[in-house]
Design a protein around this ligand. Structure first.
Ligand SMILES: Cc1cc2nc3c(=O)[nH]c(=O)nc-3n(C[C@H](O)[C@H](O)[C@H](O)COP(=O)(O)OP(=O)(O)OC[C@H]3O[C@@H](n4cnc5c(N)ncnc54)[C@H](O)[C@@H]3O)c2cc1C
Length: 458
């Protein structure tokens, strides 16, 4: 006899949704969330990463109906995203993927989104224990079945038949649960090792002057700072507040980069600049001719996690399959479903949670790997292909790609972004298109997976 049918480690979008789906399907489900305080939330909740943009077709990937999302979660409809290279820029006003949402996407209040997902899980009958850390898990797996014992921070234990791992990109529990099921040369703690498989993200909430606050556009600056898929961004919030952030690989060495190549490096840098230094340089480069940054773009210190700033790890690896025969599903950021290219991941976290919870509740978890491949495989393949293409890009490559993309968009009125016909009309377009097709072909039949179900010994 177990205490619960489904236990979930981590109460972010993946974990809350797994608990919702499990409870909705009739299971006794519980989420353990270690609980993080935030200035913009009254109770302890998940570690809500607030840089939240959602593209139109992500609703379908997520399995979410926009009509179900409470009004105060969505902040702005988006008209486009702007990609700004060292000298080139392009405005992309369509995703080119069929969907029913009638804007390019929207920005949302991530803490409220997570609170809504938690409330939805509780309304369906799941328990959500915020302030409870899962310390370790003992798994007992034999020919008769599987049982997992969770050891909680307060000293209690709980047993469950099905375990959903939704502990996000640091994946401390995920790695410890999976390692004993894997051979020595394919350990999860190596494949998913946080310093290698994650980026670090830092952001500040800044009040913007009226004439440069753009509430309908996400903006990304590519080719400005060194490191694979490293870039600053500006995401609009409400009331002229924007999140100015950046993401970069962990542990970069300044000696590997020529400061003359990168707009945000300086000749006398003796280490990679800190997040706050990078943001200050970035704002100065973009807006410093017209504004004094410290007075015109003040940090809004009652927003975000603490003092108007936030620092997070973010998964930047390729997803893993789960040891479903052991009654274990790994979901969302923990499984590496977050895009290593643009770092969007709430949609795939929601969908993998939905699948894991529902399948666990109905005793069909062995279908989970096939189910998530079918649901999010195309999205993962696109994102991994893009990440692979841009992995070694320098500033000039970004400028070239942005220029070609602009020509391709100008040349097409079919709605697609990347197509052979638009590629033909842009100098360099066919080469870029060919690279993308080749990268995607190399990832066919699930080759974007970094750990296979067959790797587990069960
Ligand atoms: C700066 C930044 C910007 C981003 N921008 C976007 C965006 O615009 N759009 C988008 O779609 N995605 C974005 N993402 C990605 C998105 O935040 C993640 O993909 C998403 O949060 C993954 O959800 P999750 O539930 O899998 O994990 P998380 O949201 O990381 O949740 C995991 C939870 O597990 C809890 N936990 C961990 N260990 C334990 C334990 N041992 N016991 C109990 N609880 C535990 C943590 O406290 C946390 O609340 C961004 C990420 C970052 C860092």
């Amino acid at each position: 006899m177990t205490d619960v049918d489904v236990a979930v480690v981590g109460g972010g979008p993946a974990g809350s949704t797994a608990a919702y789906a499990a409870a909705d399907a009739g299971a006794d489900a519980v989420v353990y969330e270690k609980g993080v305080p935030r200035s913009d939330r009254d109770r302890l909740g998940p570690d809500s990463t607030d840089a939240a943009g959602f593209l139109d077709y992500w609703l379908d990937v997520a399995g979410l109906d926009v009509a179900d999302i409470p009004d105060d979660v969505i902040e702005h409809d988006l008209a486009d995203a702007e990609f700004i290279g060292p000298t080139e820029r392009v405005t992309v006003d369509r995703t080119g993927i069929d969907n029913d949402y009638d804007a390019f996407g929207f920005t949302f209040h991530r803490a409220r989104f997570d609170d809504w997902l938690r409330d939805r899980a509780e309304a369906a009958g799941a328990r959500y224990e915020a302030g409870t850390t899962v310390k370790t898990v003992d798994s007992h797996i034999d020919g008769d079945g599987h049982e997992h014992t969770l050891h909680l921070g307060g000293g209690e234990t709980v047993t469950t038949e099905y375990l959903v791992l939704a502990d996000g990109p640091q994946r401390q529990i995920t790695m410890r649960v999976l390692d004993p099921l894997l051979p020595a040369d394919t350990q999860a703690s190596t494949v998913l090792s946080p310093p290698d498989a994650n980026h670090i993200a830092y952001q500040e909430y800044r009040q913007f002057p009226d004439d440069v606050f753009d509430d309908a556009s996400l903006k990304f600056w590519w080719g400005w700072m060194p490191g694979e898929t490293a870039y600053p961004w500006v995401f609009p919030n409400q009331g002229n507040v924007a999140r100015v952030g950046l993401t970069m690989p962990i542990g970069l060495d300044i000696a590997d980069f020529d400061p003359d190549d990168w707009r945000l490096l300086r000749a006398d840098d003796d280490k990679i600049p800190s997040g706050s230094e990078y943001i200050h340089r970035f704002l100065t480069e973009v807006y410093g001719d017209e504004y004094d940054i410290d007075t015109a773009f003040p940090i809004v210190d009652d927003h975000g996690k603490a003092g108007g700033t936030e620092t997070y790890p973010i998964s930047s690896t390729q997803p893993i399959e789960s040891p479903v025969e052991a009654g274990i599903a790994v979901t969302g950021g923990a499984m590496g479903a977050t895009s290593a290219f643009h770092e969007g991941g709430d949609h795939v976290a929601h969908r993998t949670g939905l699948l894991a919870g529902r399948l666990a509740a109905t005793g069909s978890l062995e279908e989970y790997n096939d189910a998530w491949h079918a649901a999010i495989g195309d999205e993962v393949k696109r994102n991994v292909a893009m990440a692979n293409i841009v992995g070694s890009f320098g500033p000039d490559d970004w400028d070239d790609t942005i220029r070609i993309t602009r020509s391709m968009l100008d040349a097409t009125d079919t709605g697609s972004v990347i197509s052979k016909s638009s590629a033909r009309s842009a100098a360099g377009g066919l080469k870029l298109y060919g690279k993308y097709r080749k990268a995607k072909f190399g990832l066919r039949n699930g080759r974007y997976v970094s750990l296979h179900a067959s790797d587990y010994s069960l």
